[in-house]
Design a protein around this ligand. Structure first.
Ligand code: NAX
Length: 325
């Protein structure tokens, strides 16, 4: 059966890096035909049409159709996978309240459209920043969709942490297991090496504490800014890659003996207030995320997790005060 995948912000740079990989089968597998729905704002429809022409020119065997629209009700009609990439970026002089309001104006109606029109098995990944809070807004407008279908992306932070650790220990990334990103997708997120294993041994015990605190954590946290500085544009292909990884893992599962990171609706685990969309170590089985339970959290990790969760609470309170959720 053909799976409908909706990509918002389809004419943007992440959209451009993402669509071809979805159409080639990397999102859902080489056996699954896909149809694409490209949602854009009206002025960007022409650019989306250009991307669609290029998709046509690839003659992807799995690609069954492409729809381009500026109407969320059309874009999400019958959709099975919704990748919410388009968002309102922060511009000079913009206050946080303005940013949250502008994004509320995008993610509220999109959540409502998903609620009213998406397929029963819809899975939603929010990439557009502030991703966790945008996901919270979308979710609150979709009361008929099970809450656990709304997720936000911290897989790019996860992959960045994997790569930094592998380089430090001079091991292939495949040697690393059980890395976790906790909290918000923002510079406060916490990449946890106290449960990560390299060659079966705890990663934090194989690096010195100073490197972990003063190099590793800030490098992962500020990687987005470093990319902008070097490339003159924000992460695009790596963000698209992480979105592919997130959905692929969600659908196909995590390997046994390992987990990954995703921002999912908290059930209160690890003291993260219920209902917040926060990153956790997660496994995926049978198409459902589960938060890894029973991890001992040391004082250093506790402090870092609490800091990031406090930021999420502040964002939630702000969108609540603005009437966006
Ligand atoms: P671009 O500015 O290149 O593209 C965004 C696109 O979204 C534009 O084409 C715009 O027309 C469209 N858009 C805006 N409002 C829309 C709406 N209401 N409906 C449909 N489309 C709409 O940004 P890009 O580099 O592609 O980044 C997209 C988002 O990803 C940004 O919010 C960015 O901050 C976020 N990121 C999130 C990451 C994560 O790890 N969660 C990492 C990468 C990236 O920074």
């Amino acid at each position: 059966m053909t799976v409908k995948v909706t990509v918002t912000g389809a004419a943007g740079q992440i959209g451009y890096a993402l669509l071809f990989r979805i159409a080639s089968g990397q999102l859902l597998g080489a056996e699954t035909p896909v149809s694409l729905s490209l949602l854009e704002i009206t002025p960007a429809l022409k650019a989306a049409e250009g991307t669609a022409m290029e998709l046509d020119d690839c003659a992807f065997p799995l690609l069954q159709g492409i729809e381009i629209t500026d109407d969320p009700n059309v874009a999400f009609d019958g959709t099975n996978v919704a990748l919410l990439v388009g968002a309102r970026p922060r511009t000079a002089g913009m206050e946080r309240g303005d940013l949250l309001s502008a994004n509320g104006g995008i993610f509220g109606p999109q959540g409502r459209a998903i609620n009213d029109h998406a397929a029963d098995d819809v899975r939603v990944l929010v990439v557009g920043n502030p991703a966790n809070t945008n996901a919270l807004i979308a979710r609150s407008h979709a009361p008929d969709v099970p809450a656990d279908r709304f997720t936000a992306m911290t897989r790019l932070d996860h992959n960045r942490a994997l790569s930094q650790l592998a380089a430090k220990l001079q091991v292939p990334v495949t040697e690393i297991r059980k890395l976790s990103i906790w909290g918000n997708h923002s510079p406060t997120m916490y990449p946890d090496l106290y449960h990560a294993e390299v060659g079966g041994k705890i990663a934090a015990e194989q690096v010195d504490g100073e490197w972990l605190r003063d190099t590793f954590i800030p490098t992962v946290a500020k990687r987005g800014a470093a990319i902008i500085e070097a490339r003159g544009a924000s992460s695009a292909a790596s963000a698209a890659n992480a979105a592919i990884d997130h959905v692929h893992t969600w659908v196909h599962g995590t390997p046994s003996g390992d987990w990954t990171s995703a921002a999912v609706v908290s059930d209160g685990s690890y003291g993260v207030p219920e209902g917040l969309i926060s990153s956790f170590p997660v496994t995926s089985t049978g198409g459902h995320w589960e938060i890894v339970q029973g991890l001992a959290i040391d004082a250093f990790s506790r402090e870092r997790i609490d800091l990031s969760v406090r930021e999420l609470l502040d964002e939630r309170d702000a969108v609540q005060a603005l009437g966006l959720i």
